[in-house]
Design a protein. Structure first.
Length: 336
């Protein structure tokens, strides 16, 4: 892979939120400031035209990364760099949000919603060309051109997400940041929207940064995957490697939650406990309270993200580096 192939490079990215009580309350109650480290020293690269997914439980920081990459949040530390866009201009990035009910203005016609980025960025000359582009985009995402004259509430959830996709495409982006774009939809509608996104990627050469907690969706959409836990990437690999040879205990735990027709009654005892609060993460490896392989080193020393089998497969786990981790599955851990 050469530098010209890289659409997105994230290097040592961190984001800290100040969640402290108001100053007067802190002074009266003599409480210190409270800082929430949502993203901690995250690095990855996304090849142009590929799909890179980030998965993990709620609160792990994956949606924060989506908002950092799309520019909705400022970084605390680290850098986000994009490759060159078409015709030497800066690369354009757009975002598809999780909930199409709240991400579309209910007071605007669908045509105006999609036309807004076209007008703001001056991508077409005059109202006639803009209207033609809106109608073209609606047909591209599987809706009728006449739907431009309707309001968002006149559509189903899946249709609204298609409108959101059309709005994102209106800016002619090279990178789409997709923050759980199908999680609010029924399963049958999810498949339709995902197939639409795959088709658009093939036709337009789009690069996807895909955020999800649904591993079945991720496997369908991704080329590479990063697993996050409490703000950090704990394992990263190409999709086939991670699904067939996961090494980090947390990755193995997540994969054990996927229904298996051949082994519907397999034990899932490895899923122990809840994630610690990001306000008060445990010392050492943040996964150690839930990990059956944890030892004193795990409880005191945070592991680095190191190569496992190849340079493209990395994991942050002392047990993996020391050869104590099984290739597949986890031993049981009692308690909570």
């Amino acid at each position: 892979m050469t530098q010209r192939d890289i659409a997105l490079k994230v290097d040592k990215l961190s984001k800290v939120f100040d969640v402290s009580a108001p100053l007067l309350n802190r002074m009266l109650e003599r409480r210190p400031r409270q800082l929430l480290k949502a993203v901690d020293n995250v690095s990855f690269e996304v090849e142009r035209g590929s799909s890179f997914s980030i998965v993990g439980e709620s609160g792990c920081g994956k949606s924060t990364i989506a908002r950092l990459v799309s520019g909705l949040y400022d970084t605390t530390r680290g850098t986000i760099a994009f490759g060159p866009g078409a015709e030497g201009r800066p690369m354009r990035v757009q975002m598809i949000f999780q909930d199409p009910h709240s991400s579309l203005n209910p007071r605007w016609y669908v045509g105006d919603i999609i036309a807004e980025p076209i007008r703001e960025m001056g991508l077409r000359n005059g109202p006639a060309e803009t209207e033609a582009r809106v109608r073209e985009l609606l047909e591209t995402v599987g809706l009728a051109a006449d739907d431009a004259a309707k309001y968002p509430h006149e559509f189903s959830g899946g249709q609204r997400q298609r409108i959101s996709i059309a709005r994102a495409l209106a800016a002619e982006p090279e990178v789409l940041v997709c923050d759980e774009p199908t999680s609010a939809l029924d399963v049958s509608v999810q498949a339709q929207v995902l197939n639409l996104m795959r088709r658009l990627q093939a036709e337009l050469g789009l690069t996807y940064l895909f955020i999800s907690h649904d591993l079945s969706v991720v496997r369908h959409m991704s080329d590479h995957i990063a697993v996050m836990y409490l703000g950090r990437i704990v394992e990263q690999a190409d999709i086939e490697t991670l699904f067939t040879r996961p090494r980090h205990p947390y990755s193995q735990m997540l994969l054990s939650t996927i229904p298996d027709i051949e082994s519907p009654h397999r034990s899932r005892d490895a899923q122990v406990g809840e994630p610690p609060s990001p306000m008060n993460p445990p010392p050492g490896c943040s996964f150690n309270p839930r990990c059956p392989l944890a030892n004193d080193r795990c409880r005191n020393e945070a592991p680095d993200l190191l190569a496992v089998e190849a340079e493209t497969h990395v994991a942050a786990c002392h047990a993996v580096q020391e050869g104590r981790a099984p290739m597949h599955g986890l031993p049981h851990k009692t308690g909570t």
